[in-house]
Design a protein around this ligand. Structure first.
Ligand SMILES: *Cc1c(COP(=O)(O)O)cnc(C)c1O
Length: 377
């Protein structure tokens, strides 16, 4: 990657020495010509691995037919994807956009419209995106501070039920949770806490939304993370893993939820892009019971391998979204692992986050664990 390109980008991301030029399954090829085992998957995005044949063929076919005609006209790929997601959810309608933050913006607007209430109850340490609405409900002072004042939100403490009641109020129209806090340290919410949040939402006349931007589309070992929790939300947002790397976001509204949007209430020029939707439909068809079983199995292998490392005080997560609490800065381990040929992520200062493509096998897991053992020794 030439230096000239980088200097023309706004400095919102740290400078990196390495770039990637090609991907194949769970492998990336770097600008240095080396191969890297990819346990980041483009931040839990490339869910089926690089150049997986199913979304690749679907996207190619759609690229050769039609790229864009806008939401003013019927679109087969968007209609088909909405039908697949409705079926997986058990009855829902979809709004398509282009990212996770946009999906959450849609949820915020939907809840405000449906309930007439502007307040949102979210969690400390949560991450819902970078646009102003989604940022307002993100419980991380480091990301919010420079942009205050933000909209009305109140924050409870993850897995602490009394704090839900302390944050509650009549103005709350939306209770928004990540089933596993992703960016906030890979913290799974306990079923009892989620059940209490659902009960509270009902008492308040608020909608219950799960931000499954990171946990959705098989990442945790079920298509939606909520399937393992036993609480079905009224709203679900999806994005990261949905189209295997093409931009897409989605708000799903349960058929049981109060009606919100009417004609003209929301929109997106690029939302529902035919190429992204065709790829996403192929992804959804590929995330079948067999793949989900292997996600659970390989996730358990990764979790127990990490827990056994002396540098790791706790390993937690669900399926192939796994966090390891380290005795040293996580960035240090991410840098050393990259040097040793393994791409991984952080989730906060001392949590190593691993989110490999869902198609990893046990040898890939063992390879990654061997590298992590070496670099944390
Ligand atoms: C990444 C993420 C978002 C934001 O998605 P963008 O596509 O970056 O806007 C929102 N919520 C969760 C849970 C995420 O992990």
């Amino acid at each position: 990657m030439s230096v000239a390109v980088e200097t023309h980008l706004l400095p919102t991301y740290p400078e990196t020495k390495i770039g990637f030029v090609e991907g194949d399954g769970v492998w990336l090829t770097g600008t240095d010509g080396r191969r890297y085992l990819d346990f980041a998957a483009g931040i839990a995005v490339v869910s089926l691995g690089h150049r997986h044949p199913a979304p690749l063929a679907a996207a190619h076919a759609q690229l050769d037919r039609l790229w864009h005609a806008s939401n003013l006209y019927a679109s087969e790929p968007a209609a088909e994807l909405a039908a697949i997601l409705s079926d997986r959810f058990g009855g829902a309608q979809a709004f398509f956009c282009n990212s996770g933050t946009e999906a959450n913006e849609a949820a915020l607007k939907y809840a405000r419209k449906a309930t007439g209430k502007a307040g949102v109850l979210a969690l400390e340490g949560s991450f819902h995106g970078r646009t102003l609405g989604a940022l307002a409900v993100t419980g991380q002072p480091s990301k919010r501070a420079a942009f205050e004042p933000l909209g009305p939100a109140r924050f409870a403490t993850p897995n602490h039920i009394p704090s839900l009641y302390e944050a509650a109020g009549d103005d709350i129209g939306l209770v928004l949770l990540e089933p596993v806090l992703g960016e906030g340290g890979v913290v799974p919410l306990e079923p009892g806490f989620i059940a209490a949040a659902a009960t509270l939402a009902e008492e308040l006349g608020a909608l219950l939304a799960f931000d499954e931007v990171q946990t959705g589309v098989g990442r945790t070992g079920t298509f939606f993370a909520w399937e393992q929790i036993g609480v079905k939300p009224q709203l679900v947002t999806l994005a990261k893993g949905l189209a295997n790397g093409l931009p897409i976001g989605c708000l799903l509204v349960s058929d049981d939820a109060p009606r919100g949007f009417v004609l003209g209430d929301h929109g997106s020029t690029f939302g529902g892009n035919p190429v992204s939707c065709a790829a996403a439909a192929a992804v959804c068809r590929t995330v079948d019971d067999e793949l989900l079983a292997s996600v659970r199995e390989n996730g358990a292998r990764l979790l127990s391998g990490l827990a056994a490392l002396p540098a790791v005080s706790e390993a937690r997560g669900a399926g192939l979204l796994v966090g390891a609490v380290l005795d040293r800065p996580a960035q240090q381990v991410v840098d050393a692992a990259l040097e040793a040929g393994l791409v991984c992520l952080t989730a906060g200062p001392d949590v190593l986050r691993l989110a490999p493509p869902l198609v990893v096998d046990s040898d890939d897991i063992d390879n990654a664990l061997a590298i992590l053992t070496e670099v944390t020794a």
